[in-house]
Every structure is written in structure tokens, then in C-alpha cells.
Design a protein around this ligand. Structure first.
Ligand SMILES: NC(=O)c1ccc[n+]([C@@H]2O[C@H](COP(=O)([O-])OP(=O)(O)OC[C@H]3O[C@@H](n4cnc5c(N)ncnc54)[C@H](O)[C@@H]3O)[C@@H](O)[C@H]2O)c1
Length: 270
């Protein structure tokens, strides 16, 4: 992290994901003066950060360039940083779909590149990021990326890039599935007669608490589910709907995750 502080961190694109990560790094003690953001449409939050280098000349040899533009913008945005390719700057991309080979093509095939898939709970230090690198990103680079990303949550190293589409579909997009679960649970509570605000509070606390318990407990999620379920009781009645083989969660989530993974593969093909 000292390298990041002294040589600098450049963010190419700083929208929802870039900002979630930057928020985590700043609250972990990274000074704004070590950060350069290149984004034609900076948010009010970015503009409000004292000392941040916003849309100014980037350093000659930054430690890391974080690529956080949409995959569709990549071909337009990345060439501006070509001069840093084939050097010692590590390129860390969070873009869904875009394969390492595409960055090698745009920046030079000796460029250290790590592909990462984070998620938005990074904003509160509760993200999880999966990473994999090319041959020019040896252990030292993976350790640097791990140190940076650990400031915003857990980090896992993948066996290879072939796992990235599935990871994107599970944990990259996953927070949206959970937010939708909260919305749907609250709406169902309203249909049972609860006021909207109370239903939303109950749904958020239930999902947040259950998630925290699932992470903290020694028991696996299946056992934690059994612990809630009295034989012949209310939970069993609901689970008979949710665990139905054809209309329940397992098939629904399998189809949703497959749709996301398929889309990730499509993005890779341009
Ligand atoms: N949002 C998520 O949950 C999430 C999770 C994992 C990965 N990602 C990946 O993160 C990347 C960004 O997604 P997002 O949700 O933050 O999108 P976003 O639209 O919120 O952010 C993209 C940013 O890029 C900026 N931009 C556009 N053209 C640019 C250019 N030429 N140079 C520099 N910046 C430019 C935009 O102004 C915007 O602020 C995507 O590649 C996405 O696949 C997102």
C-alpha cells in the first residue's frame, strides 16, 4: 500500500463500482492526494473530495490503474493510457466480460494485468473480489492487488480466467438479487397488511441478519434453515413454495445465474 500512496492510484472511470471501492479505500486511510480520477462525468461526491486529482495530468508511473468503465466504453477509454503499458504499472480491471487478452491487445502484451470482479458492498468494507492475472502479473502484483482490495472486503484468487463468468454471475451481480429479494419480501409483507416502512425495515434486518449469521456460524446454511423450521409450522409452509423443484428458488436462481454468465460471455465477444 506504500507503493500506492507514493506512486499513485489512477481510476479510469469512477461511477458506481469505482466510487464504492474508492469510498472504502479513503475510509481505510488512503489519502485523496494519492488518487487520480479520470472520468468525463464526475459525480458531485467526487467533486467534493478535497485533494483528489480529478481529470488532471496523471503520474508518469502510477502503481495501479483501476479500470472501472463499462465494457462497451473500453475501446474508447483505454487508449489514453497506452503509454503506461508494457511497464511496471499494474492494470487492475473490474469490467465484466472483457478478457485479459483484450487489454494485452490494447496496452501491449507485456503489461501486468489483473482481472478482478468486486461487488458494491465494497463501499462498506463488506465486498468480495475474485482476481486472476496474466503471466506478467506475478505474485508480487497479485499481492499488491490483494492488499488494495482487502481494504474493501474479502479477496479470493481464481484458478483461472475461465471461472470469471460464473463469479460475475454469482457475487458480482449477486447483491442486486439480494436487494430484489428485500424489495419482494417487503412487498409481500405489505400484501399481508403491514405498513410499507415497517415491512421494509423487517425485510432489510432479516436479510442483513441472516447473511451475517450465515457468515459467522459454524453450521452450514442448510442447517441454519432447519434451525428456523418447526415441523408443520409457518416456515415449512413457506419453504414448500420456495423449495419447489420447478417453481422455487433453486431453478429460478439457476436460470438467473446462467443468464448473467451467458451475458458475461457475450460481452467477452464484443
Ligand atoms: N456496479 C457493479 O455492481 C459492478 C460490479 C462489478 C463490476 N462492475 C464493472 O464496473 C465497471 C463500471 O460499472 P459501474 O456500474 O460503475 O458503471 P457506471 O456507469 O456507474 O460507471 C462508469 C463510469 O465510467 C465513466 N466513463 C465513461 N466514459 C469514460 C471515458 N472515456 N474515460 C473515463 N471514464 C469514462 C462514466 O462517466 C461513469 O462514471 C463495469 O465494467 C462493470 O462491469 C460493476
Amino acid at each position: 500500500m506504500d507503493q500506492v500512496k507514493s506512486r499513485g492510484l489512477v481510476l479510469l472511470g469512477c461511477g458506481k463500482m469505482g466510487s464504492a471501492m474508492l469510498e472504502g479505500w479513503l475510509s481505510d486511510g488512503l489519502p485523496t492526494s494519492s488518487v487520480w480520477v479520470n472520468d468525463p462525468y464526475p459525480s458531485d461526491w467526487l467533486k467534493s473530495l478535497d485533494g483528489l486529482n480529478l481529470n488532471t495530468q496523471i503520474p508518469e508511473n502510477p502503481a495501479i490503474v483501476l479500470i472501472a468503465v463499462k465494457p462497451q466504453m473500453m475501446a474508447r477509454a483505454l487508449p489514453s493510457l497506452k503509454a503506461l503499458g508494457n511497464g511496471t504499472t499494474l492494470f487492475l480491471s473490474v469490467a465484466a466480460g472483457t478478457p485479459i487478452s483484450a487489454y494485452e491487445g490494447m496496452l501491449g502484451d507485456k503489461t501486468p494485468i489483473i482481472r478482478a470482479m468486486p461487488n458494491t458492498p465494497a463501499a462498506i468494507g463488506r465486498g468480495i473480489t475474485a482476481i486472476c492475472g496474466n503471466d506478467h502479473a506475478p505474485d508480487a502484483h497479485l499481492s499488491l492487488a490483494t492488499a488494495l482490495l482487502s481494504a474493501v472486503g474479502q479477496v479470493v484468487r481464481l484458478e483461472g480466467e475461465h471461472q470469471m463468468d460464473a463469479v460475475t454471475a454469482v457475487s458480482g451481480s449477486g447483491p442486486a438479487y439480494v436487494f430484489h429479494l428485500i424489495e419482494a419480501l417487503a412487498a409481500a409483507g405489505v400484501r399481508q397488511g403491514l405498513p410499507e416502512a415497517l415491512a421494509l425495515q423487517l425485510a432489510k434486518a432479516t436479510v442483513g441478519g441472516a447473511g451475517a449469521l450465515a457468515e459467522a456460524a459454524d453450521e452450514d446454511p442448510a442447517q441454519l434453515r432447519v434451525n428456523v423450521t418447526s415441523p408443520g409450522g409457518t416456515t415449512a409452509a413457506a419453504l414448500s413454495v420456495l423449495m419447489d423443484e420447478t417453481t422455487g428458488f433453486p431453478d429460478l436462481l439457476a436460470r438467473a445465474v446462467k443468464a448473467a454468465a451467458d451475458r458475461s460471455k457475450e460481452l467477452a465477444n464484443g
